[in-house]
Design a protein around this ligand. Sequence first.
Ligand code: ZN
Ligand code: ZN
Length: 250
Amino acid sequence: MKITILGCGGSFGSPLAWNRHGNIDLNNKRNFRTRSSVLIEDNNNNILIDTSPDLRQQLYNIQCTNIDAVLYTHEHSDHTSGLPDMRAMSLINQKIIPAFMPKEMKSKMEIFYKYIFKGEKDYLPFMKIENLENNFSINGTNIETFKHNHGSIDVQTYKFGKFAYSTDLKKFYNEDIDKLKNLDLWIVGLLREDPHPAHAGFEQVMEFINYIKPKKTVFTHMTALLDEKKLKDKCPPNVVPGYDGMTINI
Ligand SMILES: [Zn+2]
Ligand SMILES: [Zn+2]
């Protein structure tokens, strides 16, 4: 399984034109972050998690020409609003692409993106909403999902065997964190150093890491307040900030 971090920025991306930077080094290309999304290549299957507003550029950067399915973590616009860019993926491969999403997202997505899911006037639908089950499979790739807390809403963690992706994480419900024990790779959202009402801060994310002990942890969804090198220097060697274009084989 090959995992590519297409984007690892928070909702504004990084850096910012108005210079609200936490002393990030602008000579370090890894501090240039598009909005969060990840591509999983497994069994000749290309699975995309979230459609960030930067999707077109992200797919261009890695020369990706096919997506077999999209999995959504939650409805926030930094995770969904690149959806219209999927039209090219449908057209060039002549297929309707399934979009898996939690049921609370479904009606909003159908209204916002009616032409995509239902078609409108001359435009035929090019994606199809699929209901999300706790365990499901896409062309032989088995996926497990559960909800974690993101302030006033919930977000899906997705788990593919020994890899899991938990972005926009404030806390886990009940004993769900135990489902993440024995991971080879955990990609987890770290918005900024300090806690935010909808995102855990650095100390809390490190507590999660110290509890589940993944072999490797990669941070995503980082604001321009987090400098890649400074963050790396304060973490153990198996905990690293991600960067756009990072690939990991597990
Ligand atoms: Zn977000
Ligand atoms: Zn969010």
